[in-house]
Design a protein around this ligand. Structure first.
Ligand SMILES: C[S@@+](CC[C@H](N)C(=O)[O-])C[C@H]1O[C@@H](n2cnc3c(N)ncnc32)[C@H](O)[C@@H]1O
Length: 487
């Protein structure tokens, strides 16, 4: 590579702690026309961003930044992921990998047959440009494209990407864009009208759908004219929502990530204050229904249960490596399974003979401990518990509760739909904590003002599904919607 594009970043030594994601690719991997069109559109966007920056128009700047990301994703990153024409160069790209491993601050990298994406945290000694030049001179036999894609990432985005590399390093499948081969995504939205009405969508209002899923709630918000930031950690959900809501692409911003980082994910995109935030907690129907996701004890599949397939720990990892006491605790705390100890003991005995790798294998082991009573399968509670543990669902909910209000404008609404008592208890307790004007303790002579008082309750009792909704969708039976409004 002879030179690198520097228009969007400083060339001097970059401050320590800054993370950059650099996408480099081989000359010829992208058709020249496509490359030129991207470079032109990019130059234009960068010029508009400079103008917006000079005027201090932060909203425009954030919107243009998002446009730039999407443009680069569609025009460069996605086609490179599937490009195999230069596949013989994979071994030569290996030379780059060897060089990368020497770089201080290297967080992750991902190689495809004709491209390399590198995440690096600068230590302050060397600029990103000089690093890129070093990488390219370490592989003189490769003709790298002269305009690598360089993106500065927030700490949360960097962590997210790094996590995705743990299982996708060297693998060129980023399923987010693989719409063609995606199985159909069928999820019936729960409390659709009630939840969306609580956020009062309208033109000019900015709402966050922290659990985008198939886009059922977002669709209604968009129909009412709102701008929506939709977060989901499951690429299949994002893909389905992007397809379903294509008509609203100008007002829908899809963000890959965990809602536990909602504040960082949105702030990194210039969004600091919104009019409402909805979270429809839990799993979507396709996650349960597709056997290969490993959530269901009814269908044979790998024991996986990760909503984010790039997350580090699957259900099989927990089942095969957690201590017996940890397993028992998970089953008891998250599944309220009374036979938690007996099941944990049996799991440990069985895994000593052979690893437990499939859903039906685990379901069979549990059924061997617990006789079937009534309609419920004996593995129901254990599977729920493992799913909650794998996805740290309660931890993510707690983090969202603690940060959600900070994202809201005064008068902004915070709405949460839960599906089981553990989640509902956490929401109820938190909403109660921030909506009480005063707090009292037996040892105090009189109640005192509550320092956490920041919202008013909109729903004194949770909203539940109507008879009509239950008749159409029995999965709505345990849904509870609670809403507060920031003062
Ligand atoms: C019940 S579904 C949402 C369905 C959506 N409201 C609809 O109507 O189509 C929950 C979605 O939230 C996602 N999800 C659950 N926990 C999450 C988390 N901590 N961070 C990001 N997404 C999460 C799941 O991947 C799933 O797609």
């Amino acid at each position: 590579m002879s030179s690198v594009a520097t228009e969007s970043r400083a060339t001097a030594a970059t401050p320590a702690g800054t993370c950059y994601k650099v996408l480099m690719w081989e000359e010829g991997a992208l058709p020249p026309g496509q490359l030129e069109a991207w470079q032109k559109a990019r130059r234009e966007l960068l010029a508009r961003m400079r103008d917006a920056g000079i005027k201090g128009a932060r909203g425009t700047l954030a919107r243009l930044g998002e446009e730039l990301r999407e443009l680069s994703q569609q025009a460069v990153a996605a086609p490179l992921d599937t490009c195999v024409q230069a596949s013989l160069s994979l071994t030569r790209v290996g030379a780059l990998a060897a060089e990368l491993l020497r770089v201080e601050g290297l967080l992750a990298y991902r190689l495809t047959p004709c491209s390399a994406t590198v995440l690096v945290e600068l230590t302050g000694e060397e600029s990103i440009d000089s690093l890129i030049t070093r990488w390219s001179s370490a592989t003189p036999e490769l003709q790298w494209c002269s305009t690598p894609l360089v993106e500065a990432l927030s700490a949360a985005e960097a962590a997210e990407w790094q996590e995705s590399c743990r299982t996708t390093a060297g693998d060129s499948t980023d399923t987010d864009d693989d719409e063609e081969n995606a199985p159909e995504f069928r999820h019936v939205t729960v409390l659709r009208a009630e939840a969306v009405a609580a956020l009062q969508p309208a033109e000019g209002r900015v709402l966050v759908d922290a659990t985008l899923g198939g886009g059922g709630h977002s669709e209604l918000m968009l129909e009412e004219g709102a701008t929506v930031w939709g977060i989901d950690q499951d690429p299949a959900a994002r893909r389905a929502a992007r397809k379903r809501l294509a008509a609203y692409a100008d007002r829908l911003h899809i963000v890959a990530g965990n809602f536990r980082n909602a504040a960082e994910l949105l702030t990194a995109r210039g969004v600091t204050q919104v009019d409402g935030l909805l979270a429809d907690i839990g799993i979507s129907s396709p996650q349960v229904d597709q056997a290969e996701r490993g959530f269901s004890f009814l269908a044979e599949g790998p024991l996986d249960m990760r909503m984010n397939p790039a997350a580090p720990r699957s259900a099989a990892d927990i089942v095969n490596s957690a201590a017996e006491s940890e397993l028992a605790d998970i089953l008891w705390q998250y599944g309220e399974e009374r036979a938690s100890r007996a099941i944990a003991r049996r799991i440990v005995q069985e895994r000593a003979k052979a690893p437990i790798t499939t859903t039906t294998q685990l379901a069979g082991i549990i059924a061997g401990v617990l006789p079937r009573k009534g309609k419920q399968h004996p593995a129901t509670r254990s599977f729920q518990a493992l799913r909650i543990a794998v996805n740290d669902e309660l931890g993510a909910l707690e983090a969202l509760l603690e940060t959600g209000l900070s994202l809201l404008k005064s008068g902004g609404r915070f709405a949460i739909i839960t599906f089981h008592s553990l989640e509902d208890r956490a929401v109820k307790r938190y909403f109660d904590r921030v909506t009480r004007q005063e707090i009292d303790r037996p040892e105090w002579p009189a109640p005192r003002p509550n320092p956490e008082y920041a919202a008013r309750l909109i729903t004194r009792k949770p909203i539940v599904a109507s008879e009509a909704e239950l008749a159409a969708n029995p999965r709505a039976r345990s849904a509870k919607l609670r809403v507060i409004e920031k003062l």
